[in-house]
Design a protein around this ligand. Structure first.
Ligand code: DLL
Length: 432
């Protein structure tokens, strides 16, 4: 179902007009209300009047996560603090968290875009939505919560973790929708099996998964394990949270709520804007945000854009599934490696579980990559010869895919730490 037909099926010309009008307004607001942006624009010799259509967006300055940190906590607010009704924050691995703020209207838009996303995944007021994203400063829990409520569905706000309880509620409440990170969904599928519960017997039918990269192979595995159809929901706190985009039933890219979040793809090195279809760094401008609008925010996520009308009837631009982040990419002995490549390989090997960890180190001047992989219970044995054979097989497949040699370490079933939220796949000891 299309929740907001006028906004999700408007012609490209109408969208152009709408985005242009909204951009003019937001640029004027940040210029007058946010000293950081006024300074940046003045440095570029720009005035609000120079921005006439959405095409003029390329004249505007970029915003980075460092800019948010430098203005911690409230330096980028475009409204008085009294207009702020909620804040969220992302923890970040180093230093201070980044803070984002919402006015009442921002919160309404947040709910609206999540509602659109859930409707896009075929969810209706008759569904029971188990929200297993974390509630708190993270935007996942509350974001899905209010979107599902607005849709009229019954929300089960269990938050992340507590797997035994998750399983109990899936059974007792008959949840039809599960919302969580894909890594936690994979863990739940396994836990159900261990508990002797046949997931296919449960009323569960749809998964809303996101907040971290996951491969198409992982999607298939989770769909089979839980007996559901999985949808890919994308978003980031700086822009609003979940609901920036979602895949539809045709699963060819994720529809962006572009009447609120204007996307661009740039070359991360030259910062040049790339044409439709090319892969690069995704950049968003929040064209309706009140409390903390951001101009050309560099997400570090790698994607591409497709403006063709979708078979589902939506005209909103689609972004391709996120392959990884520019800062996820490891450079090992000069070769670019993404954790998702390892995931794809492991999911094709029956002896391996998709639970893995990459440990990067440096011996002398040489980088090393250790891949720790959990062996499937069914293949676990005390026989060293058998284990070495499996080890060689996995090592070779990974090396063929990555194009570099790796140290492969098989670990016993269930020894790698399971994530309840975003999985941490890489430990890079070179930075220590
Ligand atoms: O992860 C918001 C969210 C919550 C999205 C629940 C989806 C579901 P942050 O914590 O700020 O916000 O992290 C944002 O997570 O820049 C991506 O790198 C990654 N990410 C989010 N969704 C996806 C996805 C939330 N569907 C960062 N696929 C983003 C791949 C994703 N990566």
């Amino acid at each position: 179902m299309i929740w907001n037909e006028p906004k999700e099926t408007m012609s490209r010309d109408q969208m152009y007009e709408l985005q242009s009008a909204r951009l003019r307004k937001i640029v004027d607001r940040v210029y007058h209300n946010v000293p950081f942006y006024r300074k940046k624009m003045q440095e570029l010799d720009l005035e609000p009047g120079d921005i006439k259509t959405i095409d003029d967006i390329t004249k505007l300055p970029f915003t980075t996560k460092d800019d948010l940190r430098d203005n911690y906590p409230f330096g980028l607010f475009a409204v008085p603090k009294s207009e702020v009704v909620r804040v969220h924050a992302s923890s970040g691995t180093t230093g201070k968290p980044t803070v984002v703020a919402y006015s009442r209207k921002d919160i309404d838009i947040f709910s609206e875009v999540v509602t659109r996303a859930l409707a896009c995944a075929g969810i209706t007021k008759n569904d029971v939505v188990q929200v297993a994203f974390g509630y708190g400063l993270f935007t996942g829990g509350l974001g899905l919560h209010y979107g599902a409520e607005k849709l009229g569905a019954a929300v089960v706000p269990i938050s992340g973790g507590n797997t035994v309880k998750q399983i109990q509620l899936l059974q007792d409440f008959g949840s039809t929708v599960l919302a969580c990170t894909p890594s936690y969904a994979a863990h739940l599928a396994e836990s159900l099996e261990e508990a002797g519960v046949d997931a296919k017997e449960l009323p569960l039918r749809v998964g809303i998964f996101g907040a971290e990269p996951w491969t198409p192979e992982m999607k298939k595995k989770i769909e089979e394990g839980l007996g559901i159809t999985a949808y890919d929901i994308y978003g980031l706190s700086e822009i609003i949270g979940p609901g920036v985009s979602i895949s539809c039933e045709h699963q060819i890219g994720l529809h962006i709520a572009e009447d609120h979040f204007y996307p661009e793809i740039i070359n991360p090195d030259t910062l040049e804007r790339l044409p439709e279809g090319e892969t690069g760094e995704l950049v968003f401008t929040t064209i309706t945000k009140e409390a903390m609008p951001l101009l050309r925010y560099r997400t570090r996520d790698i994607s591409s854009l497709n403006y063709e009308k979708c078979i589902c009837g939506r005209t909103n631009v689609r972004m391709s599934k996120i392959y990884g982040r520019t800062d996820d990419m490891l450079i090992i002995r000069g070769v670019n490696v993404y954790p998702s490549q390892v995931e794809s390989v492991l999911l094709e090997i029956p002896e391996a579980k998709p639970h893995y960890q990459l440990i990067v180190d440096r011996e002398g001047s040489l980088d090393t990559l250790e891949v720790q992989v959990e062996i499937d219970d069914k293949y676990f044995t005390d026989e060293i010869a058998q284990l070495s054979k499996i080890n060689r097989k996995i090592k070779q497949k990974i090396e063929n895919n990555l194009g570099i040699s790796v140290i492969l370490k098989l670990v016993e079933p269930k020894t790698l730490k399971r994530s309840e939220g975003k999985a941490k796949r890489v430990i890079d000891n070179r930075k220590l």
